[in-house]
Design a binder for this molecule. Structure first.
Ligand code: 3HC
Ligand code: NAI
Length: 678
């Protein structure tokens, strides 16, 4: 069957796309859209046209798999110009998500009707692009530059209701009667001169008040730092006010082409597919029957337990949280409530939603209350003996067929599973702090973890809004395992003469939100400290001994002012120098290049070892972990994709130059001129 068909409803021609899963605008769809409009124009009996999609959504955009390949057939811009040029009214009938090229199709139609649940948006920026089929020129002409800016530059979709309020949607129609309502609407437009988005005048707001562009840049500075596409988006929207439509389109094309051929977009497109690939588990049928998770138990209401619980409460899944003592339980529950109330204060939740979430939370001091949970997640102290004791107890109490998970950051899941009579129902669910906010979930697959258990965890991660990746059992799993060599190098370099703030700055410049020493100050330099100021064995001991416990006390590696701005400390520099002298470390200048290479190349090497040992299924899963869990800049595609862009031979040469080990897999790939992704 053709991906696009036409149906005649008396004097209305309905063009229907059916290109699962998301009606991407591939070559065949573009060609058939043009054919459809030709058919309408050449048939005198047709007086108006409706374009709609079958399946779960209106066109969700250009077909991203075609990017970087030669264009087949009409490009999207040409195809939709034909729609707009039609002398007969053309109506877009929107459900699901009209995104990117799909939103541009809708914009080129003369009218847009949508069901209330629909969403519209231009998410190209999330692929390192700007809209490339005149979206940056038509949208401001319809809704104004001010309303267009966030759509083009930030890329979050807006609801149909919002789209209606800004004039992007002409009419909201019945949720279940889109096809008929769109035809009726089209019929009402017959005989009227069709309004064309390219001729709209709303864009003049940006001329009247040109300050909106700088204001927007400033307001979103942090969000767009390091990314190329947002600035291009701002320029394109600005051009929509300043230039003629044709010149504006040419400007958009110029900006678009530059981005499309650049590394950032390649990296972000890689990430788009990486995130989706990470959901797939080699050798497991994605349609395997899942274990229903209707009630979740959490053991431990500390830093992690509470945050983990919130994920489920927010998704409407009842949670029972168990602690040892009343005070700890009360504290944990209060933190949850406070977090929700703060969210409500910021307008991102209603009071009813807060109460709704809290009403399905059951605090308890008894393990027995976990008996009927379908999944129990343990978040108690990081100690193997404690974990073993807890899992033995849980195994005896929690019903058969339920999953038992540990949130451990480093410990061996197989060893934990072995104390139970159901090792196949045991796995690691490694959340990141703050667990209610951080996107990443490392799912740790034990040696005996059953397929349905693993897949249930994977599907559940999506339900609670997490991005998941599977790791095998190894110390630190994927993420923390790769963090170790970076930290080791950071510590070594400051002993060899690098300033610790330079080490942080190199990572900031690379695009991380913070460097290792800032991170240490934030987490607390005193974490795990023995609390004996006389006993000084490590640099940390020395800092703690003089009260430099981190940001919370106003000083750690850095001194902090009221606004938490950091300045390097002479005292710390002195302490480091003394340590280095004691260890007999020769001091030298260390260049920024060396710092960058010694921080990042060993991570790539560790990633290669993780792949070699089969601890990650694919290189792109490692990218997913580092982008979502540790702030690795998205526009570089993650450590493994970034390594490919640097060139694996360069990575190997760099490691050798700094006398660092090179994994076999990395060596082999570099020698063969290969890449991790590709
Ligand atoms: N092109 C090709 N494949 C696409 C695609 C696209 N635009 N959008 C989604 N897919 C694929 C996914 O890779 C996935 O494939 P898989 O099943 O083999 O893994 C499948 O469709 C289903 O996608 P999701 O798992 O993401 O499904 P969801 O239901 O969770 O989400 C969606 C649906 C909201 C539409 C989401 O897929 C999405 O955000 N898609 C991308 C939208 C986008 O970025 N559009 C702009 C494209 S760029 C553009 O249009 C340029 C233009 O200006 C010229
Ligand atoms: P925490 O010390 O804040 O909380 C642990 C809680 O468990 C305490 O409230 C304690 O009273 C309770 N507890 C201890 N034994 C218990 C038992 N037998 N039954 C019920 N409750 C018990 O610790 P945190 O930071 O929440 O860590 C928990 C786990 O999560 C650890 O395994 C840790 O490695 C892991 N983790 C921690 C991260 C972090 O950033 N803090 C990140 C990812 C994982």
């Amino acid at each position: 069957m053709s991906v696009v068909t036409t149906e005649k409803h008396n004097n209305i021609l309905v063009i229907v796309s059916n290109n699962p899963p998301v009606n991407a605008l591939g070559a065949a769809v573009r060609q058939r859209l043009v054919d459809g409009i030709e058919e309408a124009l050449s048939d005198d009996a047709v007086e108006a046209v409706v374009i709609r999609c079958d399946g779960r959504t209106f066109f969700a955009g250009a077909d991203i798999t075609e990017f970087g390949k030669p264009m087949q057939g009409p490009n999207l811009g040409e195809a939709i110009d034909r729609l707009e040029a039609s002398s007969k009214p053309v109506v877009a009938a929107i459900h699901g998500t009209a995104l990117g090229g799909g939103c541009e199709v809708a914009l080129a139609c003369h009218y847009r009707v949508a069901v209330p649940s629909a969403k519209m948006g231009l998410p190209e920026v999330k692929l390192g692009l700007i809209p490339g089929a005149a979206g940056t020129q038509r949208l401001p002409r319809v809704v104004g530059a001010e309303a267009a800016l966030p759509m083009v530059v930030i890329g979050n979709p807006i609801s149909a209701k919002k789209a209606h309020s800004i004039g992007l949607v002409d009419k909201l129609v019945g949720e279940d009667s889109l096809a008929e309502d769109a035809i009726a609407f089209a019929r009402e437009q017959i005989g009227k001169e069709p309004p064309r988005s390219s001729e709209g005048t709303a864009n003049k707001d940006g001329i009247k008040n040109p300050a909106i562009f700088d204001e927007f840049r400033q307001k979103n500075g942090r969000k767009i730092r390091g990314f190329d596409a947002p600035e291009a988006g701002i320029q394109a929207v600005k051009a929509a006010g300043e230039l003629s439509y044709a010149d504006g389109v040419a400007k958009e094309r110029e900006l678009f082409t530059k981005l499309m051929t650049g590394t950032q977009s390649a990296a972000m497109r890689h990430y788009f597919f990486a995130e989706r690939a990470a959901n797939k588990i080699d050798g497991i049928d994605p349609k395997i029957e899942l274990i229903p998770i209707k009630k979740v138990g959490i053991l431990g209401a500390g830093t992690m337990g509470g945050g983990i619980g919130m994920n489920f409460l927010s998704a409407g899944i009842p949670v029972t949280i168990v602690e040892l003592k009343e005070e700890a339980l009360d504290r944990g529950v209060n933190v949850i409530r406070k977090n929700y109330e703060n969210t409500a204060k910021r307008g991102r939740m209603t009071e009813e939603q807060v109460e709704g979430a809290m009403s399905i939370l059951t605090p308890s001091l008894s393990y027995d209350d976990l008996a009927d949970c379908d999944l129990v997640i343990e978040a108690v102290f990081e100690n193997m003996d404690v974990k073993k004791e807890v899992f033995t107890k849980l195994d005896g109490i929690v019903k058969q067929g339920a999953i038992l998970a540990s949130n451990t950051s480093y410990l061996n899941i197989d060893e934990i599973a072995a104390v139970t009579k159901r090792p196949e129902y045991v796995l690691g669910l490694h959340f990141f702090s703050p667990a209610n906010i951080m996107k990443l979930l490392e799912i740790v697959r034990g040696e005996k973890t059953a397929d349905d258990v693993l897949m249930t965890a994977m599907k559940l991660s999506k339900k609670i809004g997490k991005v998941a990746a599977v790791s095998g059992v190894c110390p630190g799993f994927i993420g923390n395992r790769m963090l170790s060599p970076r930290q080791e190098q950071a510590n070594q370099m400051i002993m060899e003469g690098a300033n610790y703030w330079e080490v942080d700055d190199v990572l900031l410049e690379f695009g991380f939100p913070m460097g290792p020493f800032q991170m240490s100050d934030l987490a607390g330099v005193d974490i795990g400290w023995h609390r004996d100021p006389e006993r000084i064995e490590t640099l940390r001991d020395a800092l703690c001994a003089v009260g430099r416990w981190g940001q919370k006390v106003g000083k750690g590696f850095y001194d902090y002012d009221e606004a938490r701005q950091r300045t390097p400390s002479d005292e710390v520099k002195q302490i480091i120098a003394e340590f280095a002298a004691k260890a007999g470390k020769e001091q030298r200048d260390i260049s920024k290049d060396e710092i960058r290479e010694r921080l990042l190349y060993p991570m790539v090497n560790e990633g290669a070892k993780i792949l070699e040992e089969g601890m990650a299924q694919r290189a792109s899963d490692i990218d997913v972990v580092w982008i979502n869990g540790y702030g690795w800049p998205l526009y570089t595609g993650g450590p493994m994709f970034w390594a490919d862009t640097v060139g694996l031979d360069n990575i190997v040469a760099g490691l050798k130059k700094h006398n660092l080990p090179v994994a076999d897999l990395l060596q082999e790939k570099a020698a063969a001129g290969g890449t991790f992704n590709g």
